[in-house]
Design a binder for this molecule. Sequence first.
Ligand code: PLP
Length: 381
Amino acid sequence: MRIPFNKPYLTGKEIEYIEDSLRRGDIGGDGYYTEKVTSLLESRFSLDKVLMTTSCTHALEMAADLIELKEGDEVILPSFTFPSTANSVINRGAKPVFAEIKKTTFNIDPSDIEKKITDKTRAVIPVHYAGVGCEMEQIHYLAEKYNLYIIEDAAQGVNAIYKDSYLGGIGDFACYSFHCSKNYVSGEGGALVINNCSNEIKDRAEIIRDKGTNRPHFLRGEVDKYTWVDKGSSYLPSDLLMAVLYAQLEEMDKIKHMREKIFRRYYDSLKQFLPGSFLDSISYIPEDRDSNYHIFYLKFNNREIRDFVMNRLQNKGITVSFHYIPLHSSPMGQKLGYRAEDLEVTLEVAATILRLPLYPDLSDEQLTYIIENIVDVFKEL
Ligand SMILES: Cc1ncc(COP(=O)(O)O)c(C=O)c1O
């Protein structure tokens, strides 16, 4: 049996909505489906303002522009993340300051954030790893105490909850991803969320997103000709992509529950091996949080065991994976002056984690095959 690592789920409405979008003849940015997706996200997650973007990477860059990040500024973020989180900082000439993650959730550790705050710190970017929220209450406390912006990297956090709030609705800004590897997909795509900010910031966000022009104001009839008014770029997704995304988001809870079922089966079958001589932990969701079940992982006691299990499963046709190369120990991190040993927990997690296939189309038969093979390998350890 060959089992891929990921497979985007299709609800069956995608093609109908793409055709509808084509017929409407409005396939550029901010068309019919962009509006539908925007209001769905705003109302479902109680968000103040959502602007759909071409990617989460671009949403992060917009947030950096909106807080006017510049040379000499520092931003605290985890090293256990995707390069886009840090690129948004260095592309503006500012310095990414990497903080340690917690051993339980692999999310940024608030106690290490506080140790790394200086008078140059402007913002913190908590990354909600695997669709499980960061310690947002403590991060909020620090942000208020030291006057910092919070930019949530909620690339993996769509439709997950921390206490009473959806992820993305907690920080000053938040960034979602709808890349084809995520729970809800448009191929490439993202969104910038702006919470509790002034109308001036929201206006500016629209301008930055639309090539530095006041075209959004023109389209609303607020000015009779649009022109170049600020710096900006082109971060508007085609309405064709938003047609795909609308089909996905209409069924967001169904998709979440299908993922949850698979997650629970992994969890219930594998928790018997904890605490173990070879298995350190498996995916963990604190009680005050609701995950969107983006990732299921196993964490082993050392890299040799992880690699052994990984090779055995790959040989059985089961595609498994690991991530991230910690940013501080990557070639770019070294250029920035970091040393691998600076963040021990991050390094250890990256060397011992293994991710299992998790997507709605994973059949019962495939799931049984994966679990049986894992149990077989474990018997050899
Ligand atoms: C934590 C995190 N941030 C940002 C991104 C970038 O998202 P996008 O591909 O939509 O630009 C990813 C993508 O995997 C991610 O995992």
